[in-house]
Structures are given as structure tokens and as C-alpha cells.
Ligand binder design. Sequence first.
Ligand code: 9YW
Length: 420
Amino acid sequence: MSAQLDNQAISILKENDLGGYTIPTKGLYPYQWNWDSAFVALGFATFNMDRAWEEIELLFEGQWDDGMVPHIIFRKDDPSYFPGPSVWGTTNPKIPTSGHSQPPVAATVVRRLFEQDTSAAGKEKIKSLFPKLLAWHRWYHTYRDPEGHGVIAIMHPWESGRDNLPDWDNAASYVDISDIGEYTRKDTSHVNPEMRPKKIDYDRYLAIVKFGRDNNWDPKIVAEQCPFFVADPGNTFILLRADRDLLAMAEALGETEAAEELKGWIALTEKGIAKLWNEEKQAFCTYDLRNDVLGTGISSASFLAPYAGIREEKYINPTREHFDRIAAKVNYTMPSYDPDHPLFESMRYWRGPVWGIINYLIATGFAELGDAARAERLRTDTVALIEKSDFAEYFDPITGEGAGGNSFSWTSAIWLTWAT
Ligand code: 9YW
């Protein structure tokens, strides 16, 4: 079983490879996505290290002058996806891209590649990628934490990578959708609409894109005025982890000034996460910075504190308790949203389904904490899901049924790097 799935996963990555960069899946997502490419690089690294580096290098070809690495790189226009480059209206001189970012997992991946590839070529790759990663992290800390709270905001649900999470609903309800005009979605013609965000979600997504376009995606204006600006435990923990990995690389490369800057961000974030802690829920939640509202929902990102290197028992013990409560309730961990919450939907995208990449991140954190049992539960559940339903985009935590796109690159990649 395992060898056969290994081969299948490798074939999927090769088939979705459009020449140095990999699309998430055919039809639904025909471009290069940011955090998808980072995970895909880990998959490639299990059988072709050069190709792994190339994936990351091509991702950084889309980097903006201000340091931002966009969430989509539109290498060639493909009418099967909406919203395409003309809707984003960005002016990046190098390659057309979207206008905001995505979870910064790349530095963590690059550190792993660096540790695996001890060749001279590997050292050269890291030397050229290091300043680009640092500039991206600086952009995040500057423009997505403009007041220095030590938490990272998203300006669009897409920036979190967890698009229709119920936790965005309230903040997004303040977004004015009266001026978005007519549009035609493409996603619902590729996959079952019941498994996708609703029309109201897309109306809000497009209204925020319009805001960005109207303001030339200026990150300063975004920070001051974007109608949606919510601190995300996902991006906050992922960046904290990535800062630590970048620090390890800075030390290996003798980049002392950068190391000091990174230490400052790490210290700030270690304190800042208190703002995301909901004492009543005993969990990390979102914080709507525009409307000053602490969220109450528990999502899969609430379990990323160990991954971010957080060790305080006041945070970790309740995190384990929530894990056990949810694990007892579903057949497959970790649902993207709390199954005890009334807004949980087992098949609707980020409102309930299990995503292999998130399981990999949560399990990495638990394993590093020495919590092998919970890490192993996540891994064996992921294996069982893939064995049952193939390399689907995401999975129902109760039935194990696959959903969304199939032959999915990041599901294949985490199989190769972790699950198998
Ligand atoms: C979209 C590609 C992307 C992921 C996101 C996921 C989805 C795309 O697919 O967003 O058009 O909604 O939410 O995390 O990077 O796999």
C-alpha cells in the first residue's frame, strides 16, 4: 500500500509540475500558490533536491520590491480561475501576481532543505534565499503588525490560507459589498458548491480585493484603512516558527545583524500571543483589530502554539485538553473547526474538513514537545484518510470522504515527507 501510494504521490507532483513550479491541482487552481509551493518543495526533496530548491526559487521570483511574497503568481493567464490577474490589478513589474500574501511557511521549509542538502550548491541557494526571506518577514512584521502588538493580521481571508473559516464571518460582515458589480465564479464549476465558500463570502472577498486594487495594494494604507484586518493565530504562529528557523539560518551564515532583528521579532511575538488567548475558552482565537473583538472560535490554528515553540503550561495544557475533546468526537483529527461549534460543517472547506498540511504542522509541534501520542494520532489519521480517499484536497473528519479537488499536490507532498 505504502509503496503504491508513494509512487502515486510522486506522479501527482510530476503531473502538476508546469516547469519549475507546481500547481495545486489541475482545473481548480492553475497557478503557483505560495504556501502550496513550500509544502510541495518538501515533497520534491524526498526524491529530487534540485527540483525542491527550484520550487522555492520560482516562488521568490514573484516577490515585490517591498518584500511581500504574493499568495498567487500568475505565470500565464488561465481563464479557468477567478479572480485572475486583471481583477487583482497589481503592478509588480516582474510577474503578474495577487496583491496580498499567505502563511509564511517557506523559511521553515528552506531550513529543512538546507539541513538535508549539505552540498556546496545547497549553501549557495541558502545564501541567495536568506535576504529574500528576511525581507518578507520584515514586511509581515511591519505591515501586518503596524502597532507592534506582536500578532500578525490578515487583510483578506485568503491571506490566512483558511479562506471561509467561521472566525472571519463577523469581521467580514462589516465589509461594504454594495460596489462589487457582477462576477462569475469558476470554482463552483470544478467542484461541488456545497464544499466551497458561499456567495456572501465571495462578495466580501471581492470587495476587499477592490479595496486593495483601488489603493494600489499599498501596505501602509491597507494597515490603516482596510475594512478587514484581523489578527490570525495561524499566521502569527507560522511566522513565529519561521522566524526561529530563519534565526537558525542567520546563525549558521554568520548574519549577526539579521539575527538580532529576528530575536527582536521573536521576543515581541512570544509576548504578543497573549492578545490572542481567550481566557474563557482557554484557547488561541482570532482578534479583530479593526473592531477590537476577541474571537471565541477554536480552529485547527489554535493548535499551532507548540509548532511555534511556545512551551508555557498555561497555554499548552488547555491546548492538549481541547485536542483530546475534539479527537474523541471525530474519527479523523484535526478538523479545521471545532465540531462542538454550531458553525461546524464537516464538508465545507475550512469550516470543518481535515487538511493534511495542517495536520503535519500541528503534529510537528506536538512531536517537538515530546508529545508523541498526539503527534502519532495526527499522522495515522492522515494516513488512513489518504488510504481511504486518495490525495484529496481535504477530508470529512467524520466519514473520511475526500472533498474539493483531487490529485492534490500538497496532500501528496506531506504524504511523502511525513505521513508515509
Ligand atoms: C481559492 C491552493 C489554495 C490554498 C488555500 C486554499 C485554497 C484558493 O486553495 O484557496 O481560490 O480559494 O484555501 O489555502 O493555498 O491550494
